[in-house]
Design a protein around this ligand. Structure first.
Ligand code: SF4
Ligand code: SF4
Length: 404
């Protein structure tokens, strides 16, 4: 999910007597220099019954015993509200795998935070969803893995997931919860895009996020089975353009094309440490949900003796790639450096071995043509078997039986 974020929250009024100023003892709001993001993603747990091969969780997932407790998450929510955050996106793993999900949503509501639940939906029943709505849940996003049950359940690695998601989507609308469909697209489901958009309209969703897989973590392990062909991307782009025209006022469609086929990188996270942070199940504060794949960075936790605002402003991990001073050539003398901020650090690390490099999605990167070639080659391999995401480090999908 990529919530719409704004760098500065103009209404932040800082109370010099509150905990942040006292904790840091500087007499200045620690939020002042960079501004606190309006929206924050909190990953309550890495537990999830699904096994998506492109999951954005790290390959080394956090065990339940390390997760923040209910009281710690409540303290985090209090602190986020105090420093001016307006929206909290509850994510995971599967956030409803936490027994305290209703209590945490209620607490966020009590802090006047807008709440969004990003869920696979398979653990929800109608009663739980109604409790969440009563607790003030503002919005729900349900992920779908395809337009038909056979394909979708295979991608998710979970039987009957697709049917369950439809059921929960129907309950969400009955309970008047605004609904977004999350559709993560790749070579093995991209040709269903038209049907997936139609499905979102049928379930009365307000919005669909059509997100092409980003290749780090689990997706990097599965890249050969997921990478789309250029022809597929061209068709999908046309499908989205036609649907946007046809469905004006009915369905909002977000669409992000895959980096490997781009000429210029995306402005990842709005720029490192500029518009976004997320908090992992054990409380680490990260500049993006994949940042832990950059193994040379250390991330501070909400369990440290620093406030979240201090970590945002002062920690080495946030400051390392902030702004433009860190950039190598060709970024340093490039006219786009304050437009895309050099692209994605995690992708630079995954593809070049150093997060200090220009994102290879950029045509000016010395790694670009090799990256493009890799994408083209892997898309043509015909590999189909997934490595499913799990705590054991992944399980290779069984060979298809009877030609299926
Ligand atoms: S991407 Fe799939 S496996 Fe990962 S958290 Fe979401 S639903 Fe679970
Ligand atoms: S050289 Fe750097 S700043 Fe210029 S377009 Fe490429 S990634 Fe962006």
């Amino acid at each position: 999910m990529s919530p719409t974020l704004d760098q500065h929250h103009p209404q932040i009024e800082f109370d010099p007597n509150d905990g942040l100023a006292l904790l840091e003892g500087k007499g200045q709001p620690v939020t002042a220099k960079y501004g606190i993001p309006l929206a924050v993603l909190i990953e309550l747990t890495h537990k999830c019954p699904l096994q998506c091969p492109y999951c954005s969780n790290p390959v080394e997932m956090e065990r339940a015993r390390n997760e923040l407790t209910t009281q710690e998450w409540k303290r985090v929510l209090d602190e986020l509200a105090d420093i001016g955050v307006l929206q909290v996106h509850f994510s995971g793993g599967e956030p409803t795998a936490r027994k305290d999900i209703v209590e945490l949503v209620q607490h966020a509501t009590d802090c006047d935070l807008y709440t969004n639940l990003i869920t696979s939906a398979v653990l929800l029943n109608r009663e739980k969803l109604a409790q969440l709505a009563d607790a003030g849940l503002s919005h729900i996003q349900i992920s779908f893995q395809g337009s038909d049950a056979t394909k979708a359940d295979r991608v998710a690695g979970f039987r009957n997931a697709h049917a369950k998601k439809h059921e929960v989507a129907r309950w969400a609308r009955e309970l008047d919860l605004p609904l977004t469909v999350n559709a993560v697209m790749h070579r093995q489901n991209l040709d269903q895009l038209e049907d997936i958009i139609a499905m979102a309209v049928d379930m009365d969703a307000d919005r669909i996020e059509v997100a092409n897989v980003q290749y780090y973590g689990w997706a990097l392990k599965n890249r050969a089975a997921l990478m789309p062909t250029i022809a597929q991307i061209d068709r999908a782009t046309q499908v989205v353009e036609d649907a946007r025209e046809r469905l004006k006022g009915i369905l909002d469609i977000d669409f992000v094309i895959p980096d490997y086929y781009a000429e210029r990188p995306k402005k990842c996270m709005g720029g490192w440490g500029r518009q976004f942070f997320n908090i992992t199940p054990s409380g680490k504060v990260l500049p993006c949900h994949a940042a832990e794949t950059i193994t040379e960075l250390d991330f501070l936790s909400v369990r440290s003796n620093h406030s979240i605002a201090w970590i945002w402003q002062n920690s080495d991990a946030f400051n390392r790639y902030r702004g433009t001073g860190w950039m190598p050539e060709p970024c340093q003398s490039c006219a786009f450096k304050e437009i895309d901020f050099g692209g994605c650090r995690c992708q630079a690390f995954a593809l070049t071995g150093s997060a200090d490099n220009t994102d290879p999605a950029c045509a000016l990167s010395p790694y670009h043509s090799a990256t493009f070639k890799t994408a083209e080659t892997e898309a043509e391999t015909g590999a189909t078997r997934f490595i499913y995401r799990n705590f054991a480090g992944g399980t290779l999908e069984a060979e298809p039986q009877d030609g299926k």
